[in-house]
Design a protein around this ligand. Sequence first.
Ligand code: ADP
Length: 413
Amino acid sequence: MKKSNEVFYKICFDSLLEGICIANHEGRIIMNNSAVEEMFGYEKGELVGKEISVLIPEEQRKIHLSYFQNFIDHPRKYKKGKGREFRGLHKSGNILDLEIGLNYFTHEGKFYAKALISEIGIRKRKELRIKEKNKNLEIEVEEQEGQLMDLISELEFSNIKLKEEIKERSFAEHRAKLALEKEKELNIMQTKFISLASHEFKTPLSGILTSASLIQKYNEVQANPRISKHTNTIKSLVGQLNNVLDDFLFLENSERKGYPMNLSRFKLGEIIKMLVEDATAILKEGQRIVISPYDLNTEIRHDRRVIDIIIRNVLFNAIKYSGKNSIVSININTGKDLKIVIEDQGIGIPSEAKEHIFDRFYRAKNALPIQGTGIGLNIVQRHLQQVKGSIYVESEEKEGTKVFINLPLTVKD
Ligand code: ADP
């Protein structure tokens, strides 16, 4: 071989990235390229003449020797690649991960083994890192899967609960609807019955009233004061009963067709006078009605019957719910609105009852021993709502009650 060719081969040999190591049949290195020296940490030419076992970690040398012997006895080619991974020993003592391909050749009758060596430590480390990352990722995914499953089952559970709740609510709603319909039906039946009964009461009552008037008339000659007293009582009680029946009939009528207004001009004083006269019949011993001064001739334009019903109900309540020797005061003010305040010193309204006193048929506990129907204030409120008026009650139990009525006087037909 020419000298220049030899140099060329040497350069090629040395420039290979893979390590090439040639050993003789005794297992001694006779040639290696620079890549092997770099890989194992040796100086140039330092490995030549050394046993290849110097490149093998101590604990594997024995087994390596038997492999080498087997290779000499039964030489074969072993391609480099997966599964052919070895560990090598760096001069510093560090362990190297290697991939080795084995081949052989004979020259001048002598056997030579040729090893093609690559350091796969970096690749392996990378693979390991990737594997580790994958594992971590898998763990993370598993954890997240677990959390997701927990969340899903939580959601499913709350979904079931929600469905149950919705079911329960719709049941309750249904029940409430049925109850409301029943109550409405009952209400209608009740009002119808009351109105029917009131009609039936009215005829005999007017008969009683006529008879009482006739007795009074026949008694004019005899002038028996006892007969007069009793006929007056009969007449007054029949009058009261008539008012109750009128209230019942008004309720049913106004529910069916509303209340048609009947406007006229009249003196407010006339109504007040009449009401006070009627009220005298139910005053208790020593009980007095005090009216603060106002112009008796003041004229207003309104529905006379509505004004009468409103004041009558509130005034009669004030008398009814207060005792002997007490004062019921009436304060009247007319301007754009008619303002009436009626105050008594009676039993008062318990605080829990205040919000219900305008409900139909409602009666507070402390009022139960006193006669009443629980519809007066309901009628008053209905009338006031129709004419855009208002009513407000201030009361303390056992202290008395003050009722404020406000009635706009600019009513239209
Ligand atoms: P009632 O026929 O029972 O008097 P109302 O509708 O006129 O019916 O009044 C409803 C309830 O309001 C009464 O039962 C009573 O409990 C209470 N109430 C009304 N006015 C007075 C008052 N001046 N003093 C005490 N309680 C009153």
